[in-house]
Design a protein. Structure first.
Length: 219
């Protein structure tokens, strides 16, 4: 199964470090970030989990729930958390999904559905495609998919920036330009006619080209 932006995020039941969850129920009316890992006790993922723990207050401010996934069992995640705290200064307080039967990884298209067996005996290299970031909206639709190689640590500041854009553009008929960050000017969405734009922006807009209509970020 290949997931695309706009698809409904697959629901699942799973054990986590915070107890059993039903994903859609756990998400509720919040936004969510699910980020996955090919194996516990891997170096790059250790740095990522620690940094996400450090950033959690920023996600909380945006009504975004964080959940991690690794194909190893939950008791292994709990032992890994001690290493993360020791080496990164922050231990995860968000749930970490145990996926030893690979059900979630398969349902979310990170491993082939026909793959046999469990996580036992599999290496990080075997699971290298389980290095994704998914942003899910309160409507349970997938809003962003990022896929990283094992040797490149993920940029979670960028994930926050994208969430700022997603939340803004879900509320207002605008788009955000290259390298946009919260507070910068935005672009009136192409779906908005000039006549309607004049009602929303009576002070007008900057237009280096007719199709690029730049206005201050709406509040």
């Amino acid at each position: 199964m290949t997931l695309r932006i706009g698809d409904t995020a697959p629901d699942f039941k799973a054990d986590t470090t915070s107890g059993p969850i039903q994903f859609h129920e756990w998400l509720g009316s919040s936004w969510g970030v699910l980020f996955s890992h090919p194996k516990d006790f891997t170096p790059v993922c250790t740095t990522e989990l620690g940094y996400m723990a450090k950033l959690q207050p920023e996600f909380d401010k945006r009504n975004v729930k964080i959940i991690g996934l690794s194909v190893d069992p939950v008791d292994s995640h709990s032992k890994w958390a001690a290493d993360i705290k020791e080496t990164q200064g922050h231990a995860p307080t968000y749930p970490m999904i145990g996926d030893p039967e690979l059900k979630v990884a398969k349902a979310w298209g990170m491993l082939p559905a026909e793959l046999a067996g469990s996580s036992q005996g599999r290496t990080a290299a075997d699971n290298q495609t389980v290095r994704n970031v998914f942003v899910v909206g309160p409507d349970k639709k997938i809003k962003l998919i990022l896929v990283y190689p094992m040797t490149t640590g993920r940029n979670f500041d960028e994930v926050l920036r994208v969430i700022d854009s997603l939340q803004l553009t879900a509320k207002h008929k605008v788009a955000t330009p290259v390298n946009w960050k919260n507070g910068d000017d935005v672009i009136i969405a192409g779906s908005v006619s000039d006549d309607d734009a004049k009602k929303q922006y009576p002070n007008g807009w900057k237009a280096p080209k007719p199709y690029i209509r730049i206005v201050p970020q709406p509040r």
